[in-house]
Design a protein around this ligand. Structure first.
Ligand code: MG
Length: 160
């Protein structure tokens, strides 16, 4: 049996925050605002994994009103979500991500993000793809005010 999962996340990009996306620290003067480290890429991936496994969502499992998750490394959250899916018999076949932003350039860091995400998820880098898109100067995220991320993943159940 296979199941697909979809995740989406948006964070503002503000001054004075490290720019961590896809588990990689990017050299950029603004970074994602958030209760955790604000890594919208890992948040979207976590929701994709949880969605495919039928396991609630990131905001329910790790509430942004819970002081335990203040400033947490989102890699820990994604790893925990994948561990929960794995405990239910699910294995990750692949994950794919689109990062839409006019803030940091994504292309120079794609390989590092793929490797980092794959390590967090416990799969080979070939099973993870990352793509950056600009917004053509349109909409609320134009000019680098934020980052929006879409993620999908495919889980395969070992027991079927
Ligand atoms: Mg988020």
């Amino acid at each position: 049996m296979m199941r697909v999962g979809l995740g989406f996340d948006v964070h503002r990009l503000v001054e004075g925050r490290p720019c961590r996306l896809g588990g990689v620290d990017l050299p950029h003067p603004t970074g994602p605002l958030g209760h955790s480290d604000g890594d919208a890429v890992l948040h979207a991936l976590a929701d994709a994994v949880l969605g495919a496994a039928g396991l609630d969502d990131l905001g329910t499992l790790f509430s942004d009103r819970d002081a335990r998750w203040q400033g947490v490394d989102s890699a820990e959250l994604l790893a925990e979500c994948m561990a929960r899916a794995r405990a239910q018999g699910w294995r990750l076949a692949n994950a794919d991500v689109v990062i839409a932003t006019e803030g940091p350039r994504i292309a120079p860091h794609r390989a590092a993000m793929r490797a980092r995400i794959a390590a967090i998820l416990g799969v080979e880098p070939e099973a993870v793809n990352v793509k950056g898109k600009t917004l053509e100067g349109l909409g609320a995220l134009a000019g680098g005010t934020g980052v929006a991320v879409q993620a999908v993943c495919l889980l395969v159940h070992e027991g079927y």
